[in-house]
Design a protein around this ligand. Structure first.
Ligand SMILES: Cc1cc2nc3c(=O)[nH]c(=O)nc-3n(C[C@H](O)[C@H](O)[C@H](O)COP(=O)(O)OP(=O)(O)OC[C@H]3O[C@@H](n4cnc5c(N)ncnc54)[C@H](O)[C@@H]3O)c2cc1C
Length: 418
């Protein structure tokens, strides 16, 4: 197996929010980043990519531009030899062994599913760009099929399970898209659509202050979105979802966003894990019991000295602050990590949003405006910011695009003329 050494001695596993920022902040010191994709996905904008407001390529940031001093190895981490300080990578060009002096683990999380009958066979996720684009195409295909058979209620039924940020924002954006698309489907204007949000918790968006959560609840309900809280999904057969409260919903699409769990690969890397499979780190973000390994982001149980009772939630703003501290600690200025969240923002479709900033709770248009401004500020690279501004501006003046592009990525074989 070919062996090489990490650039600058630092090997970063994962090029998501946390890993990409560590590599970027290390600047000229350099690092080698191993990642499945050559971009960092800016997840808060994913719902807008799903609804077509933003071009899919504009919600991702190319790692080679974001971290110009890092070496990028596209591939899958498959093993770790603690004693010899090497990581095995199934790269695009074959298996590699990469040696390190300092290892940074930022492998993120995967969707947590439950043993609900039919869920794995028929449900879809909403975690990455492929999920978002597939979901958009799926909704548009349902509208196309419904325009042929408007009497089939399941074609205009959509269920989202999980009322955290991802579920609520994705539902709100796609609901907006499906209603705006009716301008192009006159035959469907009088046919009822059924959009349903389900959560086991007694409220939606538990992460945000109660008043804003209640506003989101009212806003979504007023748009005709059915919200079922304190109940669970019992089964789904691809045509009908059954809830524990007895409700049955004919629906061709069920989106599962009910939580995440740390990357299961961590269990094979010989790292100390907590009972939820997250890497245990000390207050400086060093892997417990090691002086040459660090972990952060969704894959780690990060203690925060500003909120000592709870570990950090799986959120971008925490991953970013952890990356800042970890990079400083890695370069010798070791201090404990601490960060108090400044606020929270979310969009609820076009011109509607909620924002909590110090001393202020905003909703409606001001909440939407603050949410967009915040994301624009946070999105790395001026070139990305400009592309997003152009997309948003174009969306203000033109109708929603209803082209369904599920054929992308599946080109016809040469000679297949059928
Ligand atoms: C739809 C959605 C919306 C969200 N919205 C918000 C929001 O509005 N606000 C907010 O604060 N948070 C939001 N989040 C949460 C936020 O995205 C995560 O907390 C953040 O991405 C965590 O960063 P991370 O680097 O730990 O993980 P990730 O960003 O998931 O990165 C993990 C990286 O590891 C790589 N990887 C995984 N396995 C391997 C392997 N075997 N080999 C090599 N590489 C591997 C992946 O390719 C990826 O690059 C959202 C999440 C989702 C899914």
């Amino acid at each position: 197996m070919e062996r090489r050494e990490a650039r600058g001695g630092t090997l970063v596993l994962g090029g998501g929010f946390a890993g990409s920022y560590v590599a970027r902040l290390l600047k000229r010191r350099g690092a080698t980043v191993v990642s499945l994709e050559n971009f960092m996905l800016y997840t808060p904008l994913l719902p807008e990519a799903a609804s077509g407001t933003l071009e899919p390529r504009h919600v991702v940031v190319p790692l080679r531009e974001m971290c110009p001093h890092a070496e990028l190895v596209l591939g899958r981490v498959t093993g770790h030899d603690r004693e010899h300080r090497t990581v095995v990578v199934e790269s695009l060009a074959g298996e590699l062994e990469i040696g390190y002096e300092q290892l940074v683990v930022a492998l993120g999380a995967t969707t947590r599913t439950l043993p609900v009958p039919g869920l794995l066979e028929h449900g879809v996720g909403f975690k990455d760009l492929a999920d978002a684009i597939a979901l958009r195409n799926r909704v548009l295909l349902q509208l196309e099929r419904a325009s042929i058979h408007p009497d089939d209620a399941s074609e205009l039924g959509f269920v989202f399970v999980g009322a955290g940020y991802a579920g609520v924002e994705a539902l709100a954006e796609l609901n907006d898209m499906a209603h705006a698309a009716l301008r192009s489907y006159p035959g469907l204007r009088s046919v009822p659509q059924r959009w349903v949000l389900v959560d086991a918790a007694p409220k939606i968006l538990p992460e945000i202050p109660r008043r804003l959560g209640e506003y989101a609840f009212r806003r979504l309900s007023r748009r005709g979105i059915e919200i079922h809280i304190s109940t669970t999904l019992e089964s789904y057969d691809g045509r009908e979802a059954a809830l524990a409260n007895g409700t049955r919903i004919p629906a061709r699409t069920l989106v599962w966003t009910a939580g995440v769990r740390a990357n299961p690969l961590l269990a094979e890397l010989g790292l100390p894990l907590d009972d939820r499979g997250r890497v245990l780190v000390d207050e400086a973000l060093r892997v417990e019991g090691a002086d040459d390994m660090w972990a952060l982001g969704d894959c780690a149980a990060v203690r925060n000295r500003k909120t000592p009772d709870v570990v950090d939630p799986p959120a971008c703003q925490h991953a970013l602050r952890q990356a800042r501290r970890l990079t400083k600690n890695l370069t010798g200025d070791t201090k404990p990590y601490g960060y108090r969240m400044l606020g929270q923002v979310a969009t609820l479709g076009r011109f509607k949003g909620i924002a909590e900033i110090p001393g202020l709770h905003l909703w409606g248009f001001p909440g939407w405006f603050v949410t967009r401004t915040y994301h624009l500020y946070q999105l790395p690279l001026l070139s990305r910011k400009l592309r997003v501004v152009v997309d948003w501006t174009v969306a203000l003046f033109f109708r929603r695009d209803v082209v369904e592009l599920s054929m992308l990525g599946h080109p016809r074989k040469l000679g297949d003329d059928g």
